[in-house]
Design a protein around this ligand. Structure first.
Ligand SMILES: Nc1nc2c(ncn2[C@@H]2O[C@H](COP(=O)(O)OP(=O)(O)OP(=O)(O)O)[C@@H](O)[C@H]2O)c(=O)[nH]1
Ligand SMILES: [Mg+2]
Length: 474
């Protein structure tokens, strides 16, 4: 990075109170713990800084500032600070204000903002586009612009039906602000940050190299996160597909085994949810009002509830709908196989699979006559679709979002959101991927298996399954 030697770019996030300044910082830093966000004016009282890093080096310093409240009164006060006929430029007027007594009293908040902006390279002016454009906004903008640094307006709340985008664009243009970015901090566009840094680079071409490096890093990190996430999902699916739970051939034992199979698979799904949230820097609080394990209605509906499968459009067979055994397949093996057949099976196993020893033992067990439970295909499909839906929601979620992740729309096959999930669609209808078919005959691939092993075949299966899980175009 050629800009390594450069000083970090210093940006002040400024604007009217309660417009989403702290929220913007949370989203840009991917830190939902930054500052305090509340739906009331005057939440941020002091300047607070955060860093953006590339390869461990600080490239941008971001400063959150208190909201401006009374731009009109402040501009009037500015006028009192100059003698009649006296001409001083913007930054000089700001400096004079910062030395005035009122900057420590009535306009204390505003003084903090202007002090920081003066000290920075540029300002990000956050606008709540639901607000009508009023005199107070124009006056505060005029004051901020007079600091002598580039100001980039960030239009927030653009998804709101009450947005007044056209009014704001016109008002900003009249103030000479033509480079503008639409950026919703709760649900930013996937390329939202790239657009923001591109616009900023237009305003400050001496920092273009640094901003380009930041943009590249953001794209790269996004790819790595997605790669890690699809791997987490692939591991979940292999674990569950490969698993075979031995059980005694009587009804009570079978029921007990089914219950324990369900419990273990549910816990495994929860582990995946936790890991995905963590990888995307979200918290379990972001996930759902419901506590894990998932056993409520809708998204949280139990994995083994036939309605949960129907909800995502997975075909449910009669067997699946049957209560006690729902979600599990019973393989019954009797001792009726001739010794010749057993030898043949053993030979085939030795030829086809590595680890024939373990498999041989399993076959022998089968020949003595026992039963095994495994997880049904529709449950695997549901697991894949649920995790992919969660992944898609995490990718679109800003770290300023406060309401729990909503997955319903993604789970409804008719909803438009589902069209973005072509990969999930495939999981509804098409044959299960080869990797899972293979896993079915490799019980030791499952981390639940007593003889669990992690060999190169398993690793290869996880990798190629993860690649199939990646959203198209990724
Ligand atoms: N729907 C939606 N809500 C948002 C968005 N950005 C911020 N909010 C909400 O707006 C309110 C104010 O957000 P803050 O980030 O605290 O605003 P602020 O500008 O830092 O406020 P002060 O520090 O008081 O000046 C909070 O309730 C946020 O959750 C957005 O893009 N969309
Ligand atoms: Mg704030």
């Amino acid at each position: 990075m050629s800009s390594r030697e450069q000083q970090p770019l210093r940006l002040a996030v400024v604007g009217h109170t309660n417009t989403g300044k702290t929220s913007l910082l949370r989203t840009l830093t991917r830190d939902s713990g930054f500052g305090v966000v509340e739906d009331s004016p005057g939440t941020t009282r002091h300047v607070e800084g955060a860093h953006l890093l590339v390869d461990g080096v600080v490239v941008v310093e971001l400063y959150d500032t208190p909201g401006m409240e009374d731009g009109i009164a402040l501009l009037d006060y500015f006028d009192q600070l100059t003698q009649p006929g006296e001409r001083i430029d913007g930054p000089e007027r700001i400096r004079r204000f910062l030395q005035s007594p009122e900057s420590k009293k009535r306009f204390e908040q505003e003084a903090r903002v202007l002090h920081k902006l003066l000290d920075c390279d540029a300002g990000l002016y956050v606008v709540d586009v639901r607000d009508p454009v009023l005199g107070k906004h124009k006056d505060e903008l005029a004051i901020l612009a007079s600091c002598g640094h580039p100001i980039l307006p960030i239009l927030n709340f653009t998804h709101s039906p009450e947005q007044r985008l056209a009014d704001w664009r016109e008002a900003l243009a009249r103030l000479g602000l033509h480079a503008i970015v639409e950026f919703d901090t709760i649900a930013p566009a996937l390329d939202g940050e790239a657009q923001l840094y591109d616009k900023l680079a237009l305003l400050m071409d001496q920092h273009a190299g640094l901003l380009q490096a930041l943009k590249n890093d953001i794209a790269q990190q996004r790819d790595i996160r997605r790669h890690d996430a699809t791997r987490l999902i692939a591991e979940l699916l292999i674990d569950v597909a490969a698993w075979h739970l031995p059980c005694e051939p009587d009804e009570t034992a079978l029921e007990q085994a089914t219950l324990s199979l369900r419990r273990i698979v549910r816990n495994r799904e929860n582990l995946c949810v936790h890991n995905l949230l963590k990888r995307y820097n979200f918290n379990i609080r972001d996930f759902s009002a419901q506590a894990l394990p998932l056993d409520g209605e809708r998204w949280g509906m139990d994995l083994f509830h036939p309605q949960a499968l129907k909800d995502v459009g997975i075909h449910v067979t009669k067997g699946m709908a049957a209560g006690a055994m729902a979600g599990a397949t019973l393989d019954v093996f009797t001792a009726g196989i001739s010794l010749g057949a057993a030898t043949l099976l053993g030979a085939a196993a030795g030829g086809l699979w590595q680890g024939a020893d373990k498999l041989g033992k399993r076959l022998l067990g089968r020949l003595r006559g026992y039963q095994e439970l495994s997880v049904d295909d529709p449950v695997l499909r549901l697991l894949a679709i649920r995790q992919l839906t969660l992944l898609s929601a995490l990718e679109q979620r800003g770290h300023a979002a406060q309401s729990p992740i909503q997955l319903e729309s993604g789970l409804n096959p008719d909803a438009s959101a589902a069209s973005n999930l072509a990969v999930a669609d495939a999981w509804r209808q098409q044959a299960l991927p080869d990797e899972l078919q293979e896993a079915r005959s490799q019980p030791q691939w499952s981390s639940f298996d007593a003889n669990h092993t992690t060999g190169p075949r398993r690793e290869q299966a996880i990798r190629s399954l993860a690649a199939k899980l990646a959203p198209s175009g990724a």
